[in-house]
Design a protein around this ligand. Structure first.
Ligand SMILES: [Zn+2]
Length: 805
């Protein structure tokens, strides 16, 4: 096993060259902590159980475990997870252990089918009840006193009068007799109907709108992409999300096509034909038609005699069939969307389908500034920094209007994603990228993403505030967000997959007795146009003992925090420094545990806190991700794209990204319902006659050993041998045998479950594309630099020993 070379890109800093030599004593790879084992153990212990949230500071089952949540006064871990559920009482203790104190909040997280959706509380014109001083919302942490006439706020201790309409007697335990009838008294999560005070200009909002903006330049017409999008939209529009209990969607839709100029379409039902209006002056963007641009889909699709919308979507690919235009604009496209929402007084989402760097003469025109020579220099950070100026202003304008931007990119070369994705990454949007797109091999993958995206549960024009009990407060926020001040998290939209990571710092000492409380309040507009407040409450323990903190740590949350803080740090610091900080902090946290919490043992022994024992493998994997590895072999756009994606991820997404699932499929029981158990992400686990599925939420591979038995190949591919397999296959044939059915059902299940659809890539052992697959074997030495798990752990151990002497 070769060790990392000092100074090699991605090698951990200052790794002693000595490690590169043969290790004095070969460690058994099975003896070092295993993530798959940790996942399996927790699933065995807590899988299938009901997790009740009635205990303060309770550590939930792992994010990978399959469990059901019953809200009994604290928010479900699907909404909030923490790096530790027992905060240190003092700032000194926090500093001593260096364990970041953070929550990862996913306000719109999807619930399981058997979990209760959030109750909506309506207090009519009075609106939600709030503490007079700190403005916290009524929640289970308000203590009713004085026979129920007053309540003490759990956050700031202020004593408030109970409004007359809200008065209720207390029982002999001091609990309101209507405790179980009021979600805001007994549950961790619920919603309030917001009053006009919570609406822009004191007016109820209009339902949001979706605008589809299609780049119809030469490449997109020629590749068939425009036709693919238009065909799909016809069915997709019939399935726009609607609020529960509503028959049809309230979302209005509009269409724009563009290259160097923009084309707006009027599909007002009074017209016989859709009308096109061209705007060629892109310097001062305006929307040429207000009436007829945004329309209700249901009316449009059922319009007699010819549904105008379908007719428009049929016509678009033909209208531009002979185009020679290859130049595009980009900023004016988003500006047009913002203007349209402004005119319609609504929020909404832009779906932009774009394929090239905007080089046409217009605001936001970009030049190729890719420069691989900057990799591993002080200036590498500039590759991740967006171009300022018009893009920065555009983000602000979008957020102010509640305009979320989703980008579907189809690049064939560098397009400066750091800049182009800047607006999506500040507006709660997503960026999808399909390099060298071909309809045959990537079409289905793209359409699956588009369908998922359009149907996602989502809130618009959102603003989030995290309140805490006295002694600590939220100081840093990471996510696809915008912040105008230090407390209000603004999001043009927030969907079920977006998470905001919040870091906390002490102001004062916390009390073991009262613990620590947090309340996340999200004000937003529903897809139906109702203004609401979504409240999530969580109570944590506080302790003077560091052992309690380490016992209550959650590695998956810790690594989410570190991923986001590292991805933000590389905007301003050389990668080498960022990696150094990661390693040092890892060693420091573990040394602190060893010194203060572990029972005495020989210094040569590596002792890790149980809840953090697999933390090193994640940190090592994080340093090998595209943004952090510093390799000239990786595309600048791919690195920028992944950096931005990480910023919006929830705990399950970073967990999976940093430790892909490698699952053997050749020896599974096809009659069993259960998924086969994953194995460690290392080449050593592969077998020449095996078939393995690997996925990390973004990429998916079916790997076939060179000695795969012919009957296995026959069952899966209907081919006599592996040699007959074609290189570009991206879906398995539908064969009627148990193995084929089972394998396809596993693959489809995963594609369905993950936020992004994944393209299945089939690789044969020892074939060239196998390299792509190998970079995901995160326990091994990195393909683009970076140490193996074993070497990293040895290095961390050495650092810990140094810290302890
Ligand atoms: Zn208060």
């Amino acid at each position: 096993m070769a060790g990392p070379h000092p100074g090699m890109p991605g090698a951990f800093p200052g790794a002693p060259g000595g490690l590169a030599g043969p290790p004095q004593k070969k460690l058994d790879p099975d003896s070092i902590p295993s993530i798959t084992q940790v996942i399996e153990d927790d699933q065995g212990k807590q899988g299938g159980t009901v997790y009740k949230t009635n205990v303060r500071g309770q550590v939930p089952p792992l994010v990978t475990t399959d469990f059901t949540v019953q809200d009994q006064g604290n928010a479900s871990p699907r909404f909030i997870r923490c790096t530790t559920y027992s905060l240190p009482c003092t700032a000194d203790l926090a500093k001593q252990c260096q364990v970041p104190l953070a929550s990862i909040i996913k306000p719109f997280a999807s619930l399981q089918k058997n979990e209760t959706p959030l109750y909506v509380v309506n207090h009519g014109e009075t609106g939600p009840i709030r503490c007079n001083r700190c403005k916290a919302y009524m929640c289970p942490y308000m203590q009713f006193i004085d026979g129920g006439r007053r309540y003490q706020c759990g956050f700031c201790n202020c004593v408030n009068e109970v409004p007359v309409f809200y008065f209720q007697h207390l029982d002999h335990m001091g609990q309101r007799v209507d405790f179980y009838e009021r979600p805001e008294l007994s549950l961790g999560s619920y919603e309030f109907v917001a009053t006009l005070d919570y609406c822009k200009n004191n007016k109820p909002p209009n339902p949001p709108a979706y605008i589809f903006m299609i780049d119809v330049s030469y490449n997109n017409i020629k590749s068939g992409l425009v036709k693919l999008i238009c065909d799909e939209l016809k069915t997709l529009l019939e399935n726009l999300p609607s609020e529960e209990g509503m028959e049809s969607s309230a979302i209005k839709v509009g269409f724009v096509t563009y290259n160097k100029v923009l084309h707006f379409y009027n599909v007002k039902s009074a017209l016989a034909q859709p009308q096109m209006m061209v705007v060629s002056d892109t310097a001062e963007m305006f929307v040429p038609l207000l009436d007829g641009f945004l329309n209700n889909v249901t009316c449009q699709l059922s319009h007699d005699p010819v549904p105008l919308l379908s007719s428009l979507l049929d016509q678009i690919p033909d209208m531009f069939a002979d185009t020679n235009e290859s130049e595009t604009v980009f900023v004016p496209v988003i500006q047009a969307g913002v203007e349209a929402f402004k005119a319609a007084e609504c929020s909404g989402k832009l779906f932009i389908f774009h394929s090239s760097m905007p080089t046409a003469e217009a605001p936001g025109k970009l030049k190729n500034r890719d420069d691989k020579k900057l990799v591993n220099t002080e200036k590498e950070k500039t590759l991740f920094q967006p171009q300022k100026g018009v893009y920065e202003q555009l983000s602000k304008d979008c957020v102010a209007q509640g305009c979320c931007v989703d980008l579907f990119l189809f690049p064939s070369q560098y397009m400066d994603i750091a800049t182009m994705a800047d607006v999506p990454s500040h507006t709660g949007g997503s960026v999808y990228k399909y390099n060298n797109f071909q309809v045959e091999t990537d079409g289905e993958h793209f359409l699956r993403d588009l369908r998922k995206d359009v149907r996602k549960s989502i809130g618009f024009d959102a603003i989030m505030r995290v309140r805490t009990s006295t002694g600590f407060r939220a100081t840093e926020f990471f996510g696809a967000i915008h912040m105008n001040n230090t407390t209000d998290v603004e999001m043009a939209a927030v969907d079920c997959d977006k998470a905001i990571t919040v870091e906390f710092k002490h102001d004062d000492a916390l009390s073991e007795e009262t613990g620590a409380l947090m309340q996340c309040a999200l004000l937003y507009t529903t897809i139906n146009g109702q203004r609401r407040l979504r409240i999530h409450n969580l109570s944590l323990n506080c302790s003077l003992q560091l052992s309690e903190l380490f016992k209550s740590c959650e590695t998956d949350s810790l690594i989410n925090f570190f991923s986001k803080s590292a991805c933000r740090a590389i905007l301003n610091q050389p990668l080498k420094n960022v990696r150094e900080i990661l390693v040092n902090q890892t060693a420091h946290m573990l040394a602190c545990y060893r010194k203060n919490c572990a029972s005495p043992s020989a210094a040569s022994q590596l002792i890790l806190p149980d809840a953090m024992k697999v933390f090193p493998v994640y940190v090592n994997s994080l340093m090998k991700t595209a943004p952090l590895v510093g390799s000239t072999e990786l595309s600048t756009d791919d690195r920028a794209h992944q950096r931005l994606a990480i910023m919006g991820m929830g705990v399950e997404d970073t967990q999976l990204l940093l430790y892909p699932r490698l699952t053997p499929l050749h020896n599974m029981d096809v009659s069993s319902e259960a998924l086969p158990a994953p194995v460690r992400c290392s080449e050593e686990r592969l077998t020449d006659s095996g078939m393995f599925l690997l996925e990390n939420g973004h990429s998916m591979f079916l790997w076939l050993g060179q000695a795969s038995p012919p009957d296995l190949i026959q069952s899966i591919f209907n081919l006599p041998s592996l040699a007959h397999l074609q290189g570009n296959m991206c879906a398995l044939p539908e064969l009627d045998n148990p193995l084929s059915i089972k394998v396809r059902s596993i693959i489809n299940g995963l594609i369905e479950k993950r936020p992004n659809s994944m393209k299945l890539q089939i690789v044969r052992q020892k074939d060239k594309p196998e390299m792509l697959f190998r970079q995901f074997l995160v326990e091994d030495k990195g393909l683009h630099g970076g140490a193996s798990y074993m070497d990293f752990l040895c290095y961390v151990h050495r650092e810990i020993r140094q810290l302890l002497t």
